[in-house]
Design a binder for this molecule. Structure first.
Ligand code: ATP
Ligand code: MG
Length: 736
């Protein structure tokens, strides 16, 4: 398998996409310092899946992306692709049918890489597997970076061993072993976890066994308890039914009593109603009678009053009559006197008038005229005339008046006598009426008294009936109350019966016991004490026990399976170890055999060999060498050139066992003098029959021996380019 070409884009100083072909088997890469030669080696390491920025001469993973120059901007991602010639079927397996195999890695600024094998997306692991055991896998001895060749001889024992292992092709086994070991670890862990679980399940089974035993004991006791309880319950039930029966009978009899009471009460109420009606009617009669009685009373009083008034009136009229008679007598006397007076009065009056007139005229004579005196005289005459008339008239009138009065009194008395007479007649008539009324009233009074007494009796009877009704009702109320209490009692018994029946229904499968209740109650108490003493019961125990037993079976099966596979894995490891060991020792022997041949060839004598550090199975290696004519074998004391050449001897011995498809050497000839450079390049030339060499060099001797020369330039500052050159141009380029 040969590296045909390399495509780069955005990787370190190779910003522009570029394809570098490696047509020959000894390709020299030349160019001035810093032009990007070593970047090509880095690119190949990077594609193989390198993750350490340090081993790529960077600080971070992203540092491999072109980060710009004076004239160019940084880019966002980079990609490198290797093309292998597989026409000789170096890569077998799934790649066997491919004449060309390409491996690509690309990465963006986020540091995420994508891998491709033959353009198909692949994992980093797939890429690593592809190179494993080809000499290019893992810690490859086929890529010798700049400046490290001398340090190779002083490599750590494990590192030296890893080179031999890679040459022996057992790094692949080692990877498998690591995987198997981790599988063994996981399996062992799983087994121990399962065993822990199994222990736990065993403990749980032990506990559940005890609990299940207790549960079954408990169940048996409970069954027995149920038998007892059923007996007691049935007994109770019998009692209750008896009580119920009695209660029903009692209630029926009470109901009968109540019915009778209702009948009695109805009869009493009817009787009361009849009495009440009678009472009402007699009351009406009484009222009527009383009214008549009062009316007669009123009438009697009225007549009596009238009698009184009439008597008084008769008396008054009689008195008036007497008085009138006296008056008539007086009037007769006065009449006589009046008649005598009349003649006397006529003389007296005339004299008085004359005297008076003379006085008046005398008084008037001084101041009256003639005319007036005529008038006065006329008046006097008239005056006299009048006075005379008056005196006579008055005495006549008195006589007349007395006569008139006498007439009046007489007629009045006549009337009085008539009136008294009529009044007395009326009195007689009314007296007759009054005695009739008094008779009637007496009869009425007797009737009223009788009616009242009847009323009182009827009222008394009413009260008696009412009292009886009340008594009956109170009694009924008491009995109803009693009846209600009995009903409540009955209901309680009914509920009790129902509850007990429901409980009894649950006992279908329980045996019927026979015996005495007291003994059975005692036995039940003892039994319940025993149940209590059992403590808490896990009813799920029997079921859980079964489940746990099944679980244990499964676990044991799984453990057995895992142990079998663990044994198989152990066997596989032993086999791998055996085979690897065998291959390793074979390889080590071969390497030493080659070293034995090659070393004297390179140094013109002396010897060199790889030795095991100790006797352990994976012992590290140390390199021992002695140069011709020199005594010591301490590698640290060798010169730089000597170290480089010794390391090359070692690398080439490894190649002779397992030639990697290609080998990258970055200025490994730098510390060598011309003689040794000659020897080195001859060896490369010899080896190039088996291995393709790509080497970076500044050395003309090396350049001259190369089959193809690639010149790396940096004409645009910071941007690498590749051109084909001949030796002369290469020398010019190297020195530019
Ligand atoms: P020498 O002959 O001295 O060994 P060389 O040709 O091997 O030199 P390299 O080490 O390949 O040189 O390249 C170094 C150059 O690559 C440096 O100039 C460095 O600036 C440049 N370089 C490295 N990484 C990047 C990057 N990410 N972007 C741009 N340029 C980079
Ligand atoms: Mg370099």
């Amino acid at each position: 398998m040969r590296l045909k070409s390399l495509k780069l884009a955005g990787f370190k100083s190779f910003v522009d996409p570029i394809q570098i072909d490696f047509p020959g088997i000894m390709c020299g890469i030349v160019g001035p310092n810093g032009c990007g030669k070593s970047n090509i080696i880095d690119a190949i390491k990077w594609v193989k899946g390198e993750l350490s920025p340090k081993s790529l001469r960077s600080e971070s993973l992203q540092d491999v992306i072109f980060n710009g120059s004076d004239t160019r901007k940084p880019v966002s991602h980079c990609s490198v692709e290797l093309f292998f010639d597989n026409s000789e079927n170096f890569l077998g397996g799934e790649y066997l049918e491919f004449d060309e195999v390409s491996v690509k890695r690309e990465m963006g600024r986020d540091g995420q890489s994508n891998y491709f094998i033959n353009n198909a997306s692949a994992r980093r692991r797939d890429v690593q597997d592809l190179f494993l055991g080809t000499g290019l896998g893992g810690n490859s001895y086929a890529i010798i970076e700049q400046g490290i060749i001398s340090s190779l001889v002083g490599a750590k024992p494990e590192e030296l061993r890893s080179y031999v292992e890679e040459a022996a092709g057992i790094s692949k086994y080692k990877e498998r072993k690591r995987e198997t070991e981790s599988r063994i670890r996981r399996t062992s862990e799983n087994i121990s976890r399962l065993k822990d679980l199994e222990d736990e399940v065993k403990r749980s089974i032990r506990r559940l066994n005890a609990e299940a035993n207790l549960t079954s004991k408990y169940k048996k006791l409970r069954d027995k308890e149920k038998e007892y309880q059923k007996f007691i319950l049935s007994d109770d039930m019998g009692e209750l039914l008896k009580l119920m029966n009695e209660s029903e009978k009692e209630n029926k009899s009470i109901d009968k009593d109540l019915e009778k009471m209702d009948g009695d009460r109805l009869a009493l109420v009817a009787k009361r109603d009849v009495t009440k009606t009678q009472l009402m009617e007699s009351l009406k009669e009484l009222e009527e009678e009383q009214r008549g009685f009062f009316e007669s009373g009123a009438k009697i009083s009225l007549i009596e009053e009238k009698e009184k008034t009439v008597s008084i009136r008769i008396e008054e009229l009689s008195k008036e009559e007497q008085k009138n008679l006296a008056n008539l007598e007086d009037l007769s006397k006065e009449l006589d006197s009046a008649k005598s007076d009349l003649s006397q009065i006529n003389e007296d009056i005339m004299q008085d008038i004359l005297n008076d007139s003379k006085k008046v005229i005398k008084k008037m004579e001084s101041d009256i005229s003639d005319k007036d005196s005529v008038l006065i005289e006329k008046s006097l005459k008239e005056f006299w005339k009048k006075g005379y008339q008056y005196g006579i008239g008055e005495s006549g009138e008195a006589v007349e008046t007395i006569n008139a009065l006498r007439e009046q009194f007489a007629s009045r008395n006549e009337q009085i006598i008539i009136d008294i007479d009529s009044m007395k007649k009326d009195l007689v008539k009314e007296k007759g009426e009054l005695s009739g009324l008094i008779e009637i009233r007496k009869t009425q009074e007797l009737k009223v008294i009788e009616l009242r007494s009847n009323q009182d009796k009827a009222n008394e009877e009413m009260r008696t009936i009412e009292a009886e009704i009340t008594k009956l009702e109170t009694e009924k109320e008491r009995i109803v109350q009693q009846r209600n209490e009995k009903e409540v009692n009955k209901r309680t018994i009914e509920i009790d019966i129902k509850e007990k029946q429901e409980k009894l229904d649950l006992y279908e499968e329980v045996k019927d016991l026979e015996g005495e209740r007291d003994l059975i109650v005692q036995d039940l108490e003892k039994l319940q004490k025993r149940i209590m003493n059992l403590g808490p019961i896990n009813f799920a125990a029997p079921e859980t026990l079964e489940a746990e037993k099944e679980r244990k079976e499964t676990l044991s099966g799984q453990i057995e399976e895992l142990e079998t596979s663990l044994n198989k894995l152990d066997e596989a490891i032993r086999k791998i170890d055996m085979e690897s060991n065998k291959s390793f020792h074979n390889c080590l022997n071969s390497v030493n055999k080659y070293l034995e041949e090659m070393f004297p060839k390179l140094f013109g004598g002396g010897f060199c060999k790889l030795d095991l550090l100790d006797k352990s199975e994976d012992s590290g290696l140390i390199l021992m060498a002695r140069l011709p004519g020199k005594k010591n074998t301490k590698l640290s004391q060798l010169s730089g050139g000597e170290k480089a050449l010794t390391a090359l001897a070692l690398v080439f011995s490894l190649f002779s066992i397992n030639p990697a498809p290609f080998c990258l050497l970055d200025e490994v000839d730098a510390p060598l003098d011309d003689d040794n450079t000659g020897r080195f390049i001859n060896l490369v030339n010899e080896m190039s029959e088996k291995v393709q060499f790509i080497f970076v060099t500044h050395n003309k001797i090396s350049m001259e021996k190369s089959s193809h020369l690639l010149g790396v330039t940096m004409r645009d500052l910071g941007v690498s380019k590749v051109v084909s050159v001949d030796v002369e141009q290469a020398m010019e380029l190297a020195q530019s």
